[in-house]
Design a protein around this ligand. Structure first.
Ligand SMILES: Cc1ncc(COP(=O)(O)O)c(C=O)c1O
Length: 299
């Protein structure tokens, strides 16, 4: 069951006219909200970012935040699975092809929810490989635009090599990855590019920043050179579906610090037990888990 322009219907019946500006120009914006145990994570933040993207491209937001939430909640309830990725997009609508904006056109709204696909446990524990590329996208990467051909081409660079992501540099400076934000750690300091028109303001980026600040970890928003990324102790990518994923290899070379990375949380070592608070069915639940053994070196 999906949502299209006010109606809930099976995806096979959801049709958009070929003159929709989303189809013709990629003229629209989107969001993807992760849903755990049927509870959307940071929905208000995603809706605020949608509102901002819409304003930046001058498309009217057809719904209030409350209406968006009602529709999304109903759609989540229609699915047979608990952990979901709710994708929603708004295009400028259907009009005779002309670059200039049409007048009095209703935006097209499409929402679907699929099973949430996170990286497999093994990849989360061992880390993933990435490739680098020159960031040749446009200069408004802060807008979550559905025109993703640049991101798709750049993602394919790493996909062709069987790697998880493409980390991008503009004029030798780190921006982000093809569908995620990037953090590095050097000498115990967590560093990431400051928010600007060159990167998407990630909701997961904000979560990482909040957690680091709450834990009193040194954090710096800075211009990060390509050399600094290559010499980092750790590299992480973050996104709503990848969550926080360690990059242990860049362009075939190991990220130095990852070789001897030991999983230490709050002074606990592998094999020891820690208490973790999880959100399950909307309720916080504290469970005890045993810290996994990290490989001393990553194959
Ligand atoms: C280019 C780009 N950067 C960063 C992100 C991460 O954003 P979020 O954490 O909100 O999913 C995404 C997510 O799709 C993205 O496409």
């Amino acid at each position: 069951m999906v949502f299209l322009n006010g109606k809930f219907l099976p995806i096979e019946q959801a049709m958009v006219p070929v003159l929709d500006r989303g189809f013709i120009f990629g003229d629209g914006v989107y969001e993807l909200v992760p849903v755990y145990s049927r509870v959307p994570f940071r929905i208000d933040e995603h809706l605020r970012r949608l509102e901002r993207s819409l304003a930046e491209v001058r498309i009217r937001n057809p719904y209030t935040a409350l209406q968006w939430k009602e529709i999304i909640t109903r759609l989540i309830g229609e699915q047979a699975f608990d952990d979901q990725g709710v994708y929603f997009q708004v295009t400028r609508g259907v009009a005779k092809r002309d670059h200039a904006f049409p007048k009095d056109v209703e935006p097209t709204v499409f929402i679907m929810s699929n099973p949430l696909v996170n990286p497999p446990r093994e990849v989360v524990e061992k880390g993933a490989a990435a490739l680098s590329a020159v960031d040749y996208r446009w200069l408004r990467c802060d807008i979550k635009s559905i025109s993703l051909i640049g991101n798709c081409l750049l993602r394919q660079v790493s996909a062709d090599a069987g790697a998880a992501e493409t980390i991008m540099f503009r004029d030798g400076v780190l921006t982000e990855a093809s569908a995620s934000n990037v953090f590095i750690v050097k000498g115990g300091v967590i560093r990431s590019p400051a928010k600007s028109h060159l990167i998407l303001p990630g909701i997961t980026y904000d979560v990482v920043v909040e957690l680091a600040q709450a834990a009193g970890m040194p954090l710096e928003f800075a211009e990060i050179s390509e050399a600094e990324v290559r010499a980092a102790d750790e590299v992480w990518i973050t996104s709503s579906s990848k969550e926080v994923l360690a990059i242990t290899e860049l362009d075939g070379k190991k990220i130095a610090g990852m070789e001897e990375l030991v999983n230490v949380v709050n002074g606990k070592k592998p094999g020891e037990e820690i208490e973790v608070t999880l959100l399950r069915g909307g309720d916080e639940k504290t469970v005890t888990v045993t810290l996994a053994n990290r490989p001393a070196s990553i194959e």
